[in-house]
Structure formats: structure tokens, C-alpha cells
Ligand binder design. Structure first.
Ligand code: PLP
Length: 440
């Protein structure tokens, strides 16, 4: 049997071996010789060329998450609109578009970036709690797939804009189902006292009213109850409420094309249990299948979150009382989540040194006490110049970065199976000053 395999089809063996290697090294791996690697490329090799801080993304992990989602929802007609706000670096958008992604934009800026990445207007849904008239005019004139409208007032403005333009706008109503997603209160969006959407009990009357307006095409109903949701119950309840609404509307003669269940599925940042993509699909598919309409989803975090790390260098180490501070050259400006939500990200030494692990306060360089990357972390001994990787930073990392303290934006690198490339260079002081007029 073995002999036959070796003598039989060499190309096949080569391919199988190659596939095995790909599987073994997709994403982030650790070994004693190379330290932490991304798809077989040691992170310190990349950093030697691009410097720190830098985001490093695994194309293989992004594709893997995307394909898992697409496969899991295969039992129902569906379209996956990647939520650009999680990370809209162009190279990642192009990668996802090539995988068959559609786009969810949260601003006119994200619509333009989606267009530049090659998405067509009919592949874009436009969400956002405060869409300005100019943003709505742009979306209406492009003819985006759906504008997810947040209020009766916004619907009036969309209608007026479409009428003036002599066109019809495709609209879905974002409903607020008053469901607590059980996530951090800063990323809960579906409770009555959150600012998002139209209270669901007001939606039927609103749809009836809209149905009388020729400038509006009622295409769907939209819900998004929060982000980093790890328990499926709130997502299931939200799905049931909007599918119920779509069914009630159809009984009245208002037939929608789709239900859009938003994004929100979480990823494991630590050891706590998190619903998997397959469990998520298993919970939602039966609810949607019975409705007979197309399912739209707007996944963000689950697609790119685990596919990116932020690599930083240790710039200082000092003791204070019973603590040892490790100061990195990346902090809240590069990765805001810990300071903004108290979010937890695992931190690892890229090349762990031998020796007893110690407890460190891992902090950023900014003049803010909230600029902490990880409190009380047990890590191998660190020295100035060592590299550390902050894991699961692919979503809401680079996308939320800013330039406080006149800090440059970090470089971004994409690792493909056949090599790696810079997909965003580090910004310079000239870039930071490019918009300023100083009168000289
Ligand atoms: C943020 C957001 C998403 C994406 O959420 P994830 O938790 O990243 O999946 C999707 N839809 C809407 C309306 C959002 O605001």
C-alpha cells in the first residue's frame, strides 16, 4: 500500500504533502527554533523588515473563517456582507471580495472604500445610526442593495432624497427588539435604551406607511443586537423577532426580499466558551428557512479577529512597588479595545526566553493611565528590545487606531501562503501634517 502510494502518483503525493504543510502552518504557530510564526513566516523576520508596531494578518485564517461561515449557512439562500468597520484595509477587502463577500458599510467613507475595493453598489448595505443627508444622497444615487434605516425621520429623508433624484431607494428598517445581548454594555445595541433602530412594536405601522411611498422599495428588515456575543440565545431571539415581523408583513401583502440579522458573533479572546460558527448557523438556519426569504448577515469580528496580531517591541521595563511595568511601543493608539472596553487580549513573547515566568503590567507609551494592554500577565522573562505579539487583534484594531501624541499609524502586513507583503506602510510625520495649513 505504502509502496503503491510512493510509486503511483508523485504529483498527487506532492500535492497532499503540500496541503498537509499548508494545514500545519496556516495561521499562527509556535516552535522553539522560529518562535511565533504566521503561516510559516517567523514574525521576527517580518519585523526585521517593517519595524514595530505592526499588524500581521494571516490570509489563510481569514479565508478559513469566511469559508466556514459560507458553508455553515449553505442550507439557506444567503449573502454575507462583511462589516467593513471591523477592518477595512483594502487588501483584506479585496481578499474577501474574491471569496464572494458582499459589504456592510457604516459611513459614506466605508462605502467609497468598498467601491475602491471592487464591490459594486448592489453588493453594499449601508448601516449607521446617524446618516447625514450627503451620505444618504450618495447611497441613493449609487443604488446600494439596502439602506438600513434607523428611524422614521431618516426614512422621510431617504424618501425625499429619492424623490428629488427621480429614483427609488431600497430600504430595510433596523428594528430594536429590546434584547440584551449579554455582552459589554459599550457594544450592546439591541436594548430599548440603546440608541439603535426603531422599537420593533412600531415597525408594522412604519412599514405600512412606507409601502404607500413610491420612492421607497421595501427590501428587508434589519437587526443587530451587539458585538462579541458568545451565547446564542440573544441572536436566536433577535432572529425570531424579525422573521416573525417579516411573516406578519407578508400576510398584509408587504413581501420583503430579505432578513438581515447583522453581525455580532464573538471570538474566544480567552479561555471562556464561545459559540462556534457552526453552532451559530445551526441556531439561525431553521428560523430563517421557514421564512422563505434570503438571509443577510454582516459578520465582522468573527471573520478577521483571530487572523491578526499586533507585534510591538519592549521599550522599557521598570519596577514600581510590587509591580513590574513592561512598556511597549504600541498602546491604545494602535489597539484601543483594552482602554475602551477593558477588553482582554492574550499577549505572547515572539521568542520566549528561558527562565521562570514573571508577572508584568503590560502598558503602552501614551500619556493616559488607561493605556494598559494587559494587567498582571504572566510571561516569560522580557528584556528591552524583545518582541511581543498581542493576539486576536485583527478586528477593531487597526480600524480603530488614531494618532494621539502624533503617533504614526502602524504598518500592516498580510501573510499569504506564498509570502508576505506590506499592505499599509507606517505613516510618517509628513502624512500626519499633510492636511494642515500653517500659514508659512
Ligand atoms: C458592528 C456591526 C456589525 C459587525 O459586528 P461584528 O460583531 O464585528 O460581527 C454588523 N452590523 C452592524 C449594523 C454593526 O453595527
Amino acid at each position: 500500500m505504502i509502496a503503491k502510494r510512493f510509486s503511483g502518483c508523485q504529483t498527487e503525493i506532492a500535492r497532499v504533502q503540500c496541503a498537509d504543510v499548508t494545514i500545519a502552518t496556516a495561521g499562527f504557530t509556535r516552535d522553539a527554533a522560529a518562535g511565533l510564526s504566521c503561516s510559516g513566516v517567523p514574525l521576527d523576520t517580518i519585523i526585521a523588515r517593517v519595524g514595530t508596531p505592526a499588524y500581521v494578518y494571516s490570509a489563510a485564517l481569514i479565508r478559513q473563517a469566511w469559508r466556514r461561515l459560507d458553508r455553515a449557512f449553505a442550507p439557506v439562500p444567503h449573502a454575507l456582507h462583511y462589516a467593513l468597520k471591523a477592518n477595512s484595509t483594502l487588501a483584506l477587502l479585496r481578499l474577501l471580495r474574491a471569496e464572494g463577500a458582499c459589504a456592510d458599510a457604516n459611513s459614506a467613507g466605508e462605502i467609497e472604500v468598498a467601491l475602491r475595493a471592487g464591490f459594486t453598489p448592489d453588493q453594499i448595505v449601508f448601516t449607521g445610526v446617524g446618516k447625514s443627508d450627503s451620505e444618504l444622497r450618495r447611497a441613493v444615487s449609487l443604488g446600494v442593495h439596502a439602506i438600513n434605516a434607523e428611524s422614521p425621520g431618516e426614512i422621510d429623508r431617504i424618501e425625499a432624497i429619492a424623490r428629488d433624484a427621480g429614483t427609488r431607494a431600497r430600504v430595510a428598517v433596523r428594528v430594536n427588539p429590546d434584547i440584551d445581548a449579554g455582552t459589554h454594555h459599550h457594544i450592546s445595541t439591541g436594548r430599548r435604551h440603546d440608541k439603535f433602530g426603531v422599537p420593533i412594536e412600531l415597525a408594522p405601522a412604519l412599514y405600512r406607511d412606507m409601502a404607500r411611498k413610491p420612492a421607497l422599495v421595501l427590501v428587508g428588515v434589519h437587526v443587530h443586537v451587539g458585538s462579541q456575543i458568545t451565547d446564542l440565545a440573544p441572536l436566536r431571539r433577535a432572529a425570531e423577532s424579525v422573521v416573525g415581523l417579516a411573516r406578519a408583513l407578508r400576510a398584509e401583502g408587504i413581501a420583503l426580499e430579505h432578513v438581515d440579522l447583522g453581525g455580532g458573533l464573538g471570538i474566544p479572546y480567552d479561555d471562556s466558551p464561545v459559540a462556534t460558527i457552526e453552532q451559530y448557523a445551526h441556531a439561525l438556519v431553521p428560523i430563517v428557512r421557514s421564512s422563505g426569504v434570503t438571509l443577510l448577515l454582516e459578520p465582522g469580528r468573527v471573520v478577521v479577529g483571530a487572523a491578526g496580531v499586533l507585534v510591538a517591541a519592549v521599550v522599557d521595563i521598570k519596577a514600581s512597588g510590587d509591580r513590574t511595568f513592561v512598556v511597549l511601543d504600541a498602546g491604545m493608539t494602535e489597539l484601543l479595545r483594552p482602554a475602551l472596553y477593558g477588553a482582554y487580549h492574550r499577549i505572547e513573547a515572539v521568542r520566549p526566553r528561558a527562565g521562570a515566568r514573571r508577572r508584568y503590567e503590560v502598558v503602552g507609551p501614551l500619556c493616559e493611565s488607561s493605556d494598559v494592554v494587559g494587567r498582571d500577565r504572566e510571561l516569560p522573562p522580557l528584556e528591552v528590545g524583545d518582541l511581543v505579539a498581542i493576539l486576536d487583534a485583527g478586528a477593531y484594531g487597526s480600524a480603530m487606531s488614531f494618532t494621539y501624541n502624533r503617533r504614526p499609524l502602524a504598518a500592516e502586513v498580510l501573510v499569504e501562503d506564498d509570502g508576505w507583503r506590506v499592505i499599509r506602510r507606517r505613516s510618517t510625520v509628513d502624512d500626519l501634517l499633510a492636511l494642515e495649513v500653517d500659514g508659512e
